[in-house]
Design a binder for this molecule. Structure first.
Ligand SMILES: Cc1cc2nc3c(=O)[nH]c(=O)nc-3n(C[C@H](O)[C@H](O)[C@H](O)COP(=O)(O)O)c2cc1C
Length: 174
């Protein structure tokens, strides 16, 4: 799949087949995530690959929008390391870039995935820390649920020409 097609056809997938994700595909996802741009090229990320059913199914107990984890065979917790990047804003941005790479790569590999927000929701951060044993210098930013899709989603065209400004703010409908 070419890059533009992958970007334009990716959708969040929240229903998954009961099928294990192959280890080499997990590695490809991690490689694409770590290929993301980051401020100063600090690459301040860590990734926790979660495949234990009990851990996956505990997360919806404290995350109100994560019930697909009862079905998902895997999830990847993207964390930021405050020892590698001091600005939490940059950590958040860098991890978001890694997350988007991972979502697009999953789509390209024939899988489905969905982004689950953790940071800056305090309770989610706290509970994920406790569940996964994440130390205090590490911030859990974004969780990606993934697997083989058990649903199909239509492509959505989200182009909004009125959101595009030329040279300076404004335009006909400013
Ligand atoms: C920062 C962020 C947090 C999100 N958190 C959740 C979440 O907790 N649960 C969920 O099901 N989807 C979550 N999503 C996915 C969005 O709902 C989804 O991307 C959006 O509705 C657009 O749909 P699409 O991904 O199919 O294009 C999140 C997306 C982002 C970028």
């Amino acid at each position: 799949m070419n890059t533009i097609k992958a970007i334009m056809t990716r959708r969040s997938i929240r229903h998954f087949k009961d099928r294990t994700v192959e280890e080499e595909k997990i590695e490809t996802l991690l490689r694409t995530a770590m290929q993301a741009p980051s401020a100063h090229n600090y690459q301040p990320w860590h990734f926790i690959v979660i495949t234990e059913r009990q851990i996956l199914s505990t997360i919806p107990e404290f995350h109100p929008h994560a019930k697909m984890l009862h079905e998902a065979p895997a999830a990847i917790m993207i964390c930021g390391d405050t020892r590698l990047e001091q600005s939490v804003e940059y950590i958040n941005t860098d991890c978001a870039a890694a997350a988007e790479n991972l979502l697009l790569a999953a789509h390209d590999l024939g899988m489905g995935a969905v982004w689950l927000g953790i940071y800056p929701r305090e309770r989610r951060v706290q509970e994920i820390r406790r569940l996964l044993g994440i130390p205090r210098q590490i911030i859990p930013i974004t969780l990606i649920a993934l697997g083989y899709a058990a649903e199909e989603k239509d492509v959505e065209d989200r182009f909004q020409p009125e959101r595009v400004h030329r040279n300076r703010w404004g335009g006909v409908e400013s």
